[in-house]
Design a protein. Structure first.
Ligand code: PAN
Ligand code: ZN
Length: 199
């Protein structure tokens, strides 16, 4: 009880600006994920290597604020996924389960056109298309990945989740998502991942 009271006494409110147009904050650094960080994430490995050979690129960036990782608190920030493709597969985040599986997350779209791809360990799939003003509730137990389906605009979202949730990247790195979002005849199309659980 004494410890909780001390934690509460030390917490301050804070105000952080996130620019509605760029998604960035003037005072906070973002974490950058380069194409070279995405080894094994894209289905077309040959095309991935081809592009990388010509030079590395930023695929997305997001904020990882210094928030005390305890269940009483919330982590939040923005993610900016740049437009682009590897073969016919759109630029996307790595995607993850939360380490504390039974924790949800909320995404709110600020700019661009995107898809939030979600799946749980039993293989239930949830897919939500997002445009500015849309919020999506990622239910507890669902891995989630943001995908930019626009041709020339960044896809920018704001997210909030329980601060002690943690990130399990390994499951997706090892298995992939069951679905892929690709461009087919100029249209975003959802297909079965031919390499799911096959790495
Ligand atoms: C987000 C993500 C962020 C980057 O903050 O961490 O969009 O995506 P990856 O973590 O999959 O690389 C979130 O969902 N946090 O839990
Ligand atoms: Zn998450």
């Amino acid at each position: 009880m004494v410890k909780i009271r001390m934690d509460i006494e030390n917490i301050e409110s804070k105000k952080i600006k996130f620019n509605l147009d760029t998604g960035f904050s003037p005072n906070q650094c973002s974490k950058k994920r380069m194409l070279s960080d995405m080894e094994g994430m894209y289905n077309n490995i040959k095309e991935y290597r081809n592009i990388l050979q010509k030079g590395d690129k930023i695929v997305y960036e997001f904020h990882d604020l210094d928030i005390n990782q305890r269940s009483a608190e919330l982590c939040y920030g923005t993610t900016v996924v740049y437009p682009g493709k590897v073969g016919d597969e759109y630029y996307m985040t790595k995607g993850h389960f939360h380490e504390v599986l039974d924790t949800a997350e909320v995404y709110y779209s600020l700019k661009g056109q995107g898809i939030l791809l979600m799946e749980n360990i039993d293989g239930r799939i949830e897919i939500q298309e997002m445009e500015p003003g849309d919020s999506v509730y990622v239910p507890p137990g669902f891995a989630h990945r943001s995908i930019n389906i626009s041709k020339n605009e960044p896809f920018i979202t704001f997210f909030v989740y329980r601060a002690d949730a943690g990130h399990d990247y390994k499951t997706i790195e090892n298995k992939g998502f069951r679905k892929l979002v690709i461009e087919r005849n100029g249209t975003p199309t959802i297909i079965d991942n031919p390499n799911w659980n096959n790495k």
